[in-house]
Design a protein around this ligand. Structure first.
Ligand SMILES: [Zn+2]
Length: 375
């Protein structure tokens, strides 16, 4: 890890300058392992340099009246999860997803990116906060297979592209990726130096076990967990099939086990925020590539954990910055955009008290909040 102090994204007020100076001292002490990390405002980053101690993002020294920041975030993406099918299955057959929504802040009417409803493009938006089309500032990853050229997201975009992983790394944090498809290796080629663990496994149950073990054993700022089962089954048997619904139920069970690991560990309970969304939905049939179909565009977006409002609707607690899209897919420049999976990047960083991904567009002002507005 490269020692580095980033300038806060907010304007450098006198107070912050003082804090920044204090932090120079703190960095020195941190490296010596003498001081528990304390930092100032979100976006003030301290890298502990060569410190061997496990890292997590420090909580703000003086938290505002609002919610405390999470010590760690688990970002889960369920590939090809249909919110409508989750609703059909109900609380009894998808208890973990329903509990997550009941205990957190959520919407069943979030959206994919506009250009495509495909796995690799949408996931890359999820971790960069960018739209897809490179010519319009997007990350440029429009393909959805294992091709090795372009070799990196930087090559696809035509310039360096920052991500949640580079942001967390720059703040001295640790991150891990657990993915159920080999095409995600693109991320390791792109941001591998910032990702502390990169695990690809086709077996969803074993991958979930890896996630649970990692949660128990490692201190990480951010984990990304991709669950492939619903999508894989949808392509094989159809997204309206019984097999697909079974895959959603087994996914729910895996999510439930991981949530239980968090809930039952004194080290993790109350410190890990969980954000769950999807790369795309499912409109039926065996494909989801028609980006004009509502079913493919429509996804869940759920956040649950320390400081996050319980039983709240994301649109209801964010009036004036986002609006439910009904049955439409609003354009990127809509006055009131929907919640998108691409908002996750900067949402997750905000939960951790970190500034947005440099160069990002979606939720770039971190408008998406997780607490009820003061009345
Ligand atoms: Zn698919």
């Amino acid at each position: 890890m490269r020692p580095r102090i980033a300038v806060p994204h907010s304007s450098l007020t006198g107070q912050l300058a003082t804090q920044l100076a204090a932090m120079l001292v703190a960095v020195t002490l941190l490296v010596a392992g003498l001081l528990a990390p304390t930092t100032a405002h979100a976006g003030t980053d301290v890298a502990p340099g060569g410190a061997a101690t496990p890292t997590s993002v420090p909580a703000p020294a003086s938290a505002p009246a609002a919610a405390p920041t999470a010590r760690s975030v688990l970002l889960i993406s369920v590939d090809g999860l249909s919110p409508a099918v989750v609703a059909q299955l109900g609380r009894k057959r998808t208890p973990a997803l329903h509990r997550l929504m009941a205990q957190g802040t959520s919407t069943r009417n979030a959206r994919t990116e506009v250009e495509l409803t495909k796995t690799l493009p949408n996931h890359t938006s999820m971790v960069t906060g960018r739209r897809i089309t490179a010519e319009q500032g997007g990350h440029g990853v429009w393909w959805n297979d294992d091709r090795r050229s372009p070799a990196t997201v930087h090559k696809a975009a035509g310039h360096r592209v920052a991500s949640v992983f580079t942001r967390v790394d720059g703040a001295g944090g640790s991150s891990a990726v657990f993915a159920g498809k080999t095409k995600f290796r693109l991320w390791n080629r792109t941001w591998g130096r910032s990702i502390d663990r990169f695990q690809v496994r086709a077996d969803d149950a074993r991958l979930a076990r890896d996630v649970r073990r990692d949660l128990r054993r490692k201190n990480r700022t951010l984990r990304f967990w991709h669950i492939a089962a619903p999508d894989r089954t949808g392509h094989a048997k159809g997204f309206s099939s019984r097999a697909y619904r079974r895959a959603v139920r087994s996914t729910d069970a895996l999510v439930g086990e991981v949530l239980r690991t968090i809930r039952t560990s004194p080290r993790l309970r109350g410190k890990v925020a969980v954000v769950l969304t999807s790369d795309h939905g499912a409109d039926g049939g065996r494909r989801h590539s028609d980006e004009t179909k509502l079913g493919n565009q429509q996804i869940l977006f759920v956040a649950q954990g320390p400081g996050i409002a319980t039983g709240a609707d994301l649109y209801a607690i964010n009036p004036g910055t986002v609006a439910g899209p009904g049955r439409r897919q609003p354009a990127y420049d809509a006055d009131l955009p929907p919640v998108r999976n691409g908002d996750a990047a900067n949402f997750v960083l905000d939960l951790l008290g970190l500034a947005p991904v440099p160069g990002s567009e979606l939720n770039a002002d971190q408008h998406l909040k997780w607490v009820r507005p003061a009345s």
